[in-house]
Design a protein. Sequence first.
Length: 321
Amino acid sequence: MQKVLVVCGPTATGKTKLALRLAKKINGELISADSRQVYRGMDIGTGKELPVNLKPQISNLKYRGEPIVFYSILRVKVWGYDLVSPTRQFNVAQYKRFADKILKSIVDRGKLPIIVGGTGLYIKAVVDDISTINVPANRSLRRSLANKSVDELYNLLSRFDPIKSASLNTSDRKNPRRLIRAIEVVSYGEKGRRSLKKDSKFDTLFIGLTLPKHIRNDNINKRVHKRLHQGIIAEIKKLLNSGVKWSDQSMCSIGYKELRGYFESKLTLEEVVKKWKDAEHNYAKRQITWFKRDQRINWFDVSKKDYLRNMENMVEKWYKS
RNA sequence: GUCGAGGUGGCGGAGCGGACAAUCGCACCAGACUGUAAAUCUGGCGGCCGAAAGACCUACGUAGGUUCGAAUCCUACCCUCGACA
């Protein structure tokens, strides 16, 4: 069975660095599972591990008619950066199509695919698949539903798909985005749903990286300042000048959306930095909540002395088996 | 020093005699998640007991007072801010 290594966990734990190290050791290539690093020109704020002046290389693979680029970092190929323009929408389905293709290509070349990132849903889509992933967005439906209250949406869903509506938890019942998506899925009809195979087609090893909260938050705070020094403000200026709008999906990324208040002179840099840090802390928490549920993940506390040796032992043992 | 505004939970900020342990936002804690996922959404959030209902305690600058009852009214004092000196 095809082996796939997954390196996941909350932000600011050093996933990419670790994955690069492992890739060198066991001849792997990285596939970034990160919903923001897909955007071109958003480098500093999304934390792409790019050495200065490193240029992307063009592969012979295509995605939506365009050649897929990759970066060669420490002689390891890294895929998943710079997939689309930041003026575009992006979603799991697109990611899945891209990742499946790259994964196959890595395997074909006899290398080990290493999926690395903090976007749990993206990892899930590749490793476990998502049954309704092929139901496309229905713009006009979404538009017509946009102003409805959650109760109206819920009632609508109940009418079309009572089983689905009854199965929703109290949180999702009040989540307009999910309700609209659920309606979108029913209205697409049965052809949109496919049953998933119970058994994964991969032999997957999950490595999860953690840090005690105070260290993690400290890392995050330092990283915020680092990114400011690296020039995220200039990066945003450049994006705006090139036609990216604050309302674009890409710009609602942490770091960017907080800086908006500063750009519009509504907040001081200090206030913005505080918000930015808070947003990162909250994000890390959400990631932890997501990943915690996955029993397959082998967790390693990065602040512990022997974590590297223990983890590498585990990976090597799995790799050779 | 005088005049004016104000002092409320970790912070911002409502409340201005009973329905107030105190709207709401932030932070914080916990959770959800199947095409926006760095998104979106849910619950909790003074203390103590409790599964819960609920009880009790301590709280709206400090000290008194009025009242059956005060974060809300009165008095004095302390502090902050603005204006005038």
